[in-house]
Design a protein around this ligand. Structure first.
Ligand code: AMP
Ligand code: MG
Length: 329
């Protein structure tokens, strides 16, 4: 049985106590819903891997309420302080050299730990009330589409998660941007997200290098870089941005997802049409992306999804990153 909690007041006191006693709670954040537990207790962290059926090679992000906690977990350089001052609390995760207090299980044995200070009010309150550092990977079975509302958590982890806080729809709808800063001289973008590479470069006043899984040794173990991830069960085929027609191969029982509402085409009884945004706003497209993928994946309604990619700039490149992994065979 899964119990649902509200995102304020006594309900948050209650889930704070659960977390302090070593239980797991699915919590909303501004990016996606996370499956949270005490990051410094190895037995708790083990449960997170177990519930998600996540391989131990895949490190977890640790969530904090204050920079002071970050200093206990990792080495904080001036570059980290700069980024934290500008983007925390918010959807930016920094991968830093870890201190011994962080269990190896959290970091998949890596000498680095990923840290984020989330902005969502409920998550922030729980972090503050408990004083815990919370490991909180997305609350979905490993490799599946991330949850952006409480019902998604229940849909794909029912029977595996006992406590879920309902904070409504997530503001960003895609996972945090991950920047590798173990060498502050050479920052690396490990996962594109709501905060763009251009923004990070402007703040740091230096180039942020793209991560290439085969060149970057650290990137190989960065799960956001797994070729196949964020994947629905249904087959996905991508079309370039600006593909404003239907693919000639589309057949009955398949669906077409446009980036923006098409002006001239309407569906017919053979196939259904969807779109991520009415007017092309990438913020809205990101918010809708995972909810739409989950909807189209449910009940084996379609044998194939054709999806037009987002424009490849800013948030659009983070959306396309998720789409490419969802479509990977
Ligand atoms: P999620 O499962 O959504 O919480 O995603 C975890 C993300 O954290 C991955 O995409 C990685 O990019 C990142 N990550 C966590 N720990 C590390 C680490 N020590 N080194 C590199 N990336 C990490
Ligand atoms: Mg995930």
């Amino acid at each position: 049985m899964t119990r649902l909690y509200g995102a304020e007041g006594l309900d948050l006191d209650c889930v704070t106590d659960l977390l302090l006693s070593g239980q797991l709670v699915a919590l909303p954040t501004e990016t996606v819903y996370g499956l949270a537990g005490d990051a410094l207790r190895e037995d708790v962290v083990r449960q997170i891997f177990d519930v998600k059926m996540r391989p131990f090679i895949d490190p977890l992000i640790v969530h904090i309420a204050e920079l002071r906690q970050g200093k206990i977990l990792a080495e904080i350089s001036p570059e980290v302080e700069l980024l934290a001052g500008k983007y925390w609390p918010g959807p930016l995760t920094m991968v830093l050299r870890k201190r011994p207090v962080v269990p190896d299980l959290v970091t998949a044995g890596l000498p680095t730990v990923a840290i984020r200070m989330p902005a969502h009010q409920a998550m922030r309150q729980v972090l503050q009330k408990s004083g815990l550092c919370l490991a909180a990977p997305s609350a979905n079975p490993f490799g599946y589409v991330s949850p952006t509302r409480a019902q998604h958590v229940i849909d794909s982890l029912s029977g595996r998660v006992s406590h879920v806080v309902d904070g409504g729809d997530c503001q960003h709808g895609i996972e945090s941007t991950v920047i590798g800063l173990q060498d502050p001289e050479r920052p690396v973008l490990l996962r594109p997200g709501p905060i763009g590479r251009e923004q990070l470069e402007a703040t740091l006043d230096r180039e942020v290098h793209p991560a290439t899984a085969h060149l970057d040794k650290q990137a190989q173990v960065s799960p956001g870089l797994l070729k196949k991830h964020y994947s629905p069960a249904v087959n996905v085929d991508l079309l370039p941005h600006g593909f404003s027609d239907l693919p000639p191969e589309i057949t009955s029982g398949q669906a077409m997802v446009f980036f923006q509402r098409p002006k001239h085409i309407t569906g017919d009884e053979d196939y259904d049409l969807f779109w991520l945004t009415e007017d092309g706003d990438p913020t809205v497209a990101a918010q809708n992306l995972f909810a739409l993928l989950r909807k189209l994946d449910s009940g084996s309604r379609y044998s194939r999804l054709w999806i037009e990619q987002a424009p490849s700039e800013g948030l659009g490149s983070a959306i396309n990153d998720r789409l490419k992994r969802a479509a990977a065979k």
